[in-house]
Design a protein around this ligand. Structure first.
Ligand code: FPP
Ligand code: MG
Length: 319
């Protein structure tokens, strides 16, 4: 795509998604892994391509573009692996409208396939040099730590009687590690593939992190609106908002639902305010002087609200 014409984000995402799918097909021969990756929105890898193109201003060689797509594939592999493991942990039977991988293949196979995918992704990252490989490992480490925090919070959170602010602090940390970290690395990876160094890497890391935080909050808000409780956050929060706490021993679904319905507006408003805050921060970061001017820079500005509003349209909200 030439830079001297204005590009629409929709078109950029559509064209790039096509290229990512092609790269997945030509890189991964294992049918089962291809099926796991099938149907993903490719948000993280689209952001990799967007920061890459912003850095090259659309003037990269064909070889460089293909290499950046390889990086995108490694991100999709890590993300896909994390979802297989997440569905086992969350005891979810469905993913992307189909039976979850552990339901189809059994838990043992699912755990091991997740490990294989991570190894495949790491192999690609390693081929792109030590800096990219280190980014992959650091991000993987953060995602795993986020998930461990969530598992612990789910075990103990019901008992928490701590301050509302402490509950949200724990929640913020979880979503920062388990989700925002991979968005952040995806954005940095695009800049690394374009041979950038210094401040611009930091700017893209922050940009991706803000989108990732908004993404997970929006994902959770949609779940809440669809009646899927996020126990780890909602129960301690309801305990703070209500006089009579829900005890873990007398943990009743209907009781939580009733209390949630009573406090729904407050909780919903909290989510909308937080999501808006992170989207606006990402937009602000996209204007940074260290990012070169091109039509891709304008797309960086459009991307956060575009991504989040698409998610929120399911529950008729727009920010
Ligand atoms: C989805 O969250 C899950 C994640 C963002 C990360 C899951 C991470 C692990 C299972 C750690 C293992 C990591 C690797 C790389 C193998 P969610 O449950 O809120 O979203 P959902 O509604 O899509 O399930
Ligand atoms: Mg889950």
């Amino acid at each position: 795509m030439e830079d001297n014409q204005s590009i629409k984000l929709d078109d950029f995402f559509d064209t790039t998604r096509y290229d990512i799918e092609e790269k997945i097909s030509s890189t991964i021969s294992d049918e089962k892994i291809r099926e796991i990756l099938h149907g993903g929105k490719r948000l993280r890898s689209l952001l990799t391509q967007l920061t890459f193109k912003t850095c090259t201003e659309g003037k990269e060689t064909h070889e460089d573009y293909q290499r950046s797509l390889e990086s995108a594939v490694s991100i999709e592999l890590a993300h896909g692996a994390s979802l297989i493991h997440d569905d086992i942990i969350d005891k979810d039977a469905e993913r992307r409208g189909k039976p979850a991988f552990h339901i189809k293949e059994g838990i043992g196979h699912a755990i091991l396939t997740g490990h294989r995918m991570l190894a495949m992704g790491f192999d690609i990252a390693l081929n792109h040099g030590k800096v990219v490989a280190k980014l992959y490992v650091d991000s993987w480490n953060e995602v795993v730590n986020g998930e461990i925090n969530e598992v612990d919070f789910n075990r103990n959170g019901h008992k928490e009687q701590s301050l509302k602010s402490t509950i949200f602090e724990a929640y913020d940390k979880i979503i920062d590690l388990k989700t925002a970290s991979l968005f952040s690395s995806a954005c940095e990876a695009g800049a690394l593939e374009a041979n950038m160094s210094g401040d611009i890497l930091k700017v893209f890391r922050q940009y991706g992190r803000e989108i990732g935080l908004a993404y997970q909050l929006a994902d959770d808000l949609v779940d809440l609106a669809n009646g899927e409780m996020i126990d780890s956050v909602i129960i301690p929060l309801l305990n703070r908002l209500e006089k009579k706490p829900i005890k873990k021993t007398s943990f009743k679904r209907w009781e939580i639902k009733r209390k949630f319905a009573k406090n729904e507006d407050k909780i919903r408003q909290y989510y909308i305010d937080e999501i808006t805050k992170h989207v606006r921060k990402a937009e602000e970061i996209s204007k940074s002087d260290v990012i070169p001017h091109s039509s891709y820079k304008d797309l960086l500005m459009d991307a956060p609200s575009y991504i989040i509003n698409r998610m929120l349209s399911e529950i008729n909200i727009s920010i």
